[in-house]
Write a protein that binds this ligand. Structure first.
Ligand SMILES: Cc1cc2nc3c(=O)[nH]c(=O)nc-3n(C[C@H](O)[C@H](O)[C@H](O)COP(=O)(O)OP(=O)(O)OC[C@H]3O[C@@H](n4cnc5c(N)ncnc54)[C@H](O)[C@@H]3O)c2cc1C
Length: 322
């Protein structure tokens, strides 16, 4: 990226707003990725909008990330500005939602930088808001072990063990990067599908979402979260950096099973390996480059396509320059 454009963009914001040549390996669960020319963590939707408007005016490309748990950043890093929506935008509010029908409902509103695990825990521990410590709010237990932010989850329609964000999201507040305006997107207009939402088409950026939840027995909620944690810990290679399941589930199949049946369990290229515990996970066994991961991805795709006639599509978003 031209130094002059970067310098002009930097000038418009207070000192300390940006990091320069920030290694993306520090911001991705894969622990892989070259440097971003510029990196910032906005503290509000307004700051985010200002940063985007200024980047556009200076011709500096920008890219939004959340917790970096569903991305593979290439070794050459990222051109322009990376905007991380993280802990500086992580407020959660829970309030009663009057229905008028006698049923008890609550809304949980969270900023996009909240971790899904934090939102799940806030719902489970909402007893003091409900006015009954034996209760919590149910519906977000499935999200407790997904290591992403709410924003990344809304972009992907994150889900696990039979639940997905689409089930309980009532409304998403999104920033339109073209106009700088905010839009309330109601659930049906989010076009939720399997690992897809309207945000992938419109380029809008989620800044907040509201969930509609009902009270339930607190111990039952905790038991469900515990059960899901045990299942994850025993079935997923959580000791190694990864981006979770690397491929989308092909219709009628499981990616991990196809990869295993093709004989690739434990297969490595450089520091990248097909996990022995769960063949759907491509793991970084130490010092893997994005090139290693991409070569492994291509080898596995070709083998599965040849043996089973199934095309594996990456679920992980591949970003950056070679
Ligand atoms: C060990 C492990 C287990 C996992 N298990 C699951 C699972 O069970 N289910 C599941 O669905 N996923 C799982 N994942 C993948 C990942 O955690 C989810 O996809 C998560 O929702 C990604 O959120 P993120 O904040 O990390 O997004 P990032 O990886 O930071 O970004 C992903 C995409 O979302 C976009 N994005 C990020 N924030 C915003 C925003 N605010 N507005 C618009 N776009 C945005 C980015 O541009 C990028 O294209 C797992 C990952 C790991 C490492």
């Amino acid at each position: 990226m031209e130094h002059e454009r970067i310098a002009k963009l930097k000038q418009q914001f207070p000192e300390g707003t940006f990091l320069e040549n920030e290694p993306m390996s520090a911001h991705t669960s894969f622990r892989i990725g070259g440097p971003a020319d510029l990196y910032a963590e906005p503290g509000s939707a307004e700051e985010l909008a200002d940063l985007i408007a200024a980047s556009k005016a200076e011709g500096v490309p920008y890219l939004v990330i959340g917790n970096g748990s569903n991305v593979l950043v290439k070794d050459g890093g990222i051109d322009g500005l990376v905007l991380r929506i993280g802990p500086k935008m992580a407020r959660i509010d829970i309030v009663p939602f009057p229905t008028g029908f006698g049923e008890e409902w609550y809304t949980l509103t969270a900023e996009a930088g909240c971790l899904l695990s934090e939102i799940s825990a806030a719902a489970a521990d909402a007893g003091s808001v409900i006015g009954d410590e034996t209760k919590g709010l149910t519906g977000l237990e499935f999200a407790s072990g997904i290591p992403g932010s709410l924003g990344g989850g809304l972009f992907m329609n994150a889900g696990a063990y039979g639940g997905e964000l689409a089930d309980t999201v009532q409304m998403v507040l999104a920033l339109d990067p073209e106009t700088g305006g905010l839009r309330e997107i109601l659930n049906p207009d989010m076009a939720f599908g399997y690992r897809t939402t309207a945000l992938q088409k419109t380029g809008e950026i989620a800044v907040e979402a509201t969930f509609l939840l009902q009270p339930a027995d607190r111990e039952a909620i905790a038991a469900r979260i515990d059960d899901l944690r045990t299942r994850r810990v025993t079935k997923q290679p959580l000791r190694y950096p990864s981006a979770g399941s690397f491929f989308k589930r092909p219709e009628g199949h499981f990616a991990g099973k196809l990869i295993e049946d093709a004989g690739f369990k434990g297969y490595s290229i450089g520091g990248a390996r097909i996990s022995e515990l769960h063949a759907g996970f491509l793991i970084n066994t130490g010092g893997a480059t994005a090139k290693d991961v991409l070569r492994l991805m291509h080898v596995v795709q070709a083998a599965v396509s040849e043996k089973f006639g199934v095309r594996l599509e990456p679920e992980v978003r591949i970003l950056g320059r070679d």
